[in-house]
Design a protein around this ligand. Structure first.
Ligand code: SF4
Length: 292
């Protein structure tokens, strides 16, 4: 069979599903390439991760086109999920990518994970994800809520590989013991958390205090900041700024209704994420100077 792969979101981040499909079809002896609109294929796999990415509008030539991914609101498991990813289709990325756990114990109203993946469960060991690589981007949604996840963290510390949990850790679950464990891990750059609502501030501050006790400095801490109402997000942001941690604003999007995003939300997110501007001034000053 002649297989075409189409990564709709582009190539800023490798698409794990497409890497698994590539490995699966190579094992079947099929030929495989990135989609060329002038070529005809037996089957095309078209994957989209983000709902806000524009869809493909080119005409594709194939007997069958299989769409998948959260971007298409398709949450079913990949038929070849057990296959390991084929990194050769993304030679520009050097890290390993994967999950140690799937799912989450919580049910935040704005989040698609509970609907898509259900409750937390063990998924892979760190060695399986690494495939001999020295660094890994781990996309777990709540690794600290899983006994298996905590065991893997211990192994990560022992292996001395570098990791990034790019979806953030749950600050509510950072006990003294977990803070100690996190301090033994080599991080690619940041330890990430989230501070999406006002009630999330207190547990985050407590987690930071514990991490500080075990030698983790605030500049190593990165915090996702959900921007729904700008005033509330700004209050949370000021607290983070005073502490010297790194906030990253993410505009709230409702996956079902495709909420309209206000100009104010966009400006605030831009202000927070442009570090030179963010460090130089407060939102109130910046807001006063820019045109509507
Ligand atoms: S804790 Fe994180 S992953 Fe879990 S439901 Fe809330 S936002 Fe989603």
């Amino acid at each position: 069979m002649k297989i075409g792969l189409f990564d709709i979101d582009g190539h800023n981040f490798p698409n794990l599903a497409l890497m698994k499909l590539a490995n699966y079809h190579k094992q079947q002896g099929d030929s495989l390439e990135w989609v060329n609109h002038l070529e005809k294929y037996d089957k095309i796999y078209q994957s989209k991760v983000f709902t806000f990415t524009p869809d493909n509008h080119f005409i594709l030539q194939a007997d069958e086109i299989v769409k998948g991914g959260t971007g298409y609101k398709m949450y079913n498991d990949l038929f070849c999920d057990g296959v390991e990813p084929d990194y050769s289709i993304y030679p520009q990325f050097q890290h390993a990518y994967g999950f140690l756990t799937r799912g989450c114990t919580r049910n935040c109203t704005w989040c698609i994970v509970p609907k898509k993946e259900g409750n937390i469960r063990p998924y892979r060991n760190i060695e399986t994800v690494l495939q001999g690589r020295k660094t890994a981007i781990l996309m777990d949604n709540n690794v600290l809520a899983s006994e298996h996840g905590l065991q893997q963290l211990g192994k990560i510390a022992d292996l001395k590989c570098k990791v990034d949990f790019n979806q953030g850790l749950d600050s509510r679950l950072v006990t003294d013991e977990i803070a100690c464990l996190l301090s033994k891990i080599k991080w690619i750059r940041f330890i990430r958390f989230a501070c999406d609502t006002t009630p999330a501030v207190e547990p985050l501050l407590k987690a930071i205090e514990k991490l500080n006790k075990y030698g983790i400095k605030n500049y190593r801490i990165f915090v996702y900041l959900l921007v729904k109402d700008v005033a509330g997000a700004n209050e949370r942001c000021k607290i983070l700024k005073r502490l010297g941690v790194n906030p990253f604003a993410q505009i709230y999007r409702d996956f079902e209704t495709n909420t309209v995003i206000s100009g104010e939300q966009k400006k605030f997110a831009w202000y927070v994420n442009q570090k030179a501007v963010f460090k130089a001034t407060e939102w109130e000053n910046y807001r006063g100077k820019i045109k509507n």
